[in-house]
Design a protein around this ligand. Structure first.
Ligand SMILES: Cc1ncc(COP(=O)(O)O)c(C=O)c1O
Length: 464
């Protein structure tokens, strides 16, 4: 691994740090950050450098980043190969459009590469600048597919509760998490939601022994309610990310695929987090052996070194567009040459360093070591590969959560910051554990030890 190594250490004086915090509070409007919290802390937590699975604050303190940024840093921080690839491409061709019949060598190479990797038949790739754009693109492609096939009324999209698909208007309309709709209505019409599957908190009150995948049947019921002639597609994150690293049961997506086929509904898989190794397979949906019609990607496609996203569509979805002759949709940065260069190098690293295999092994180990802690408020330890969450509960037997007013996961996350971990609280008292895919066994030991201390401290605090 070509990282900058341990020499990474920019230092700032106390005066500089204080000024930065003041300026941040005065000038910067943060995405999805509590302004009250940042004010209470005397300014945001400022990160200056990264190396492998760790980052350093401007104060010079090192943290294991349990979130790999926002679930995206697959190859680790500080990879000089990626910086070199970007520099070389900027010098050669910093930008050229892919509109109006133009192309460039690296976008062709990357489209071919992603097409070969994507779990879609005869995949054709459209590039975006991130996950929300990929989601909007996917819904537009689903609608245009039916429109061009003479069914313009087949334009409804069904998603699920606890889904996060982004914040642009299409994506946020498919999202279903508290807070993202308030104040932004009206949303895009013709989006619907069904309950998400989560066995630990089964919405149908079923156990494994008497479950007949009612969570998948909910899709059929919704299609019948909306009308088959209206439903263009069903969208799902193979493993729910921001909603809590929730893995559906065995057989779920096979049944979803059958229902989609029965009612002529496109299956649109949002692999923005899952894609490119995070779940211990190259794509999340591969765990169920199912083939979607459209797949959204972003994050791991460049490990976040530069913004990029993509959408893969099947040959069948492309056919009417080809016949029509043009897709009137595109972003200035679709297929940006520098992002393509970084992505190609990033994917080469994922493959050459066997990061997908490492993810499967390290993920198992991480979950096992947390379960072994035997801390009484640790309920479900769930996930696939390095897409995990620890569920904090009040009552292990009945899976009862603490009252939301306790803010337990947030408390633990603040203690974790003191203990050298960047640990994000997820909705309903989950803690996100999705470090970079380059994590090693000794890193996991350190992470689990710091996590245990933070949870125990938090538990003692709330139990008095
Ligand atoms: C599954 C999923 N889809 C889409 C998005 C939106 O991506 P972006 O923030 O790049 O627009 C995210 C972001 O976290 C995501 O997790």
């Amino acid at each position: 691994m070509n990282c900058r190594g341990d020499d990474f250490s920019v230092t700032y004086s106390e005066t500089q740090i204080e000024q930065m915090k003041k300026d941040d509070l005065q000038y910067f409007l943060h995405p999805t950050s509590s302004i009250l919290d940042m004010e209470a802390w005397g300014g945001p937590r400022i990160i200056a450098e990264g190396n492998g699975i760790r980052v350093k604050s401007v104060e010079g303190k090192s943290y294991i980043d349990c979130g790999a940024g926002l679930w995206l840093n697959n190859v680790g921080f500080g990879r000089t190969e990626l910086a070199d690839a970007a520099k070389e491409q900027m010098e050669k061709l910093s930008y050229f459009q892919c509109f109006n019949g133009y192309s460039h060598p690296l976008v062709i190479e990357l489209a071919k590469k992603v097409s070969a990797m994507a779990p879609v038949d005869e995949a054709r790739i459209f590039f975006t600048s991130g996950g929300s754009e990929s989601n909007d693109t996917a819904y537009k492609l689903a609608r245009t597919f039916w429109y061009l096939n003479g069914k313009p009324d087949k334009n409804h999209i069904i998603g699920r509760s606890k889904a996060y698909h982004g914040v642009s208007y299409g994506a946020v309309s498919a999202t279903s998490l508290p807070g993202f709709w308030d104040g932004f209505r009206p949303l895009v019409p013709n989006f619907h939601h069904i309950p998400h599957p989560h066995c630990y908190f089964c919405a149908w009150g079923k156990e494994q022994s008497n479950c007949s995948l009612e969570c998948a049947d909910a899709l059929e019921q919704k299609i019948l309610e909306v009308g088959q002639e209206h439903v263009a597609g069903f969208t799902a994150e193979p493993v729910i990310g921001t909603g809590g690293a929730i893995v559906p049961p065995a057989g779920y997506y096979q049944k979803i695929r059958e229902i989609c086929d029965k009612y002529d509904v496109l299956f649109i898989a949002d692999e923005v987090i899952c894609g490119f190794g995070r779940t211990g397979k190259m794509f999340g949906i591969e765990h169920w052996g199912v083939t979607p019609d459209i797949v959204m990607m972003a994050k791991g496609i460049t490990s976040g070194y530069i913004p990029m996203g993509a959408v893969a569509i099947s040959g069948e979805v492309f056919a009417p567009i080809k016949k029509h002759g043009i897709l009137m949709h595109g972003y200035t940065y679709s297929g940006h040459p520098v992002a393509c260069a970084v992505s190609l190098k990033n994917l080469e690293i994922v493959e050459c360093e066997n990061l997908v295999e490492n993810t499967a092994v390290m993920g198992e180990m991480l979950r096992a070591k947390i379960r072994e802690l035997g801390i009484p408020c640790i309920g479900e330890v769930r996930g696939l590969g390095l897409m995990n969450a620890v569920q904090l509960v009040k009552d292990l037997e009945n899976h009862t959560r603490f009252d939301a007013s306790v803010g337990f996961a947030k408390k633990v996350s603040n203690l974790a910051w003191e203990n050298g971990l960047i640990l994000r609280p997820l909705i309903d008292d989950g803690l996100q554990l999705s470090p970079s895919l380059v994590i090693t066994e000794s890193d996991i030991d350190e992470l689990v030890q710091k996590l245990a201390v933070s949870i125990e401290e938090g538990y003692r605090e709330i139990m008095g």
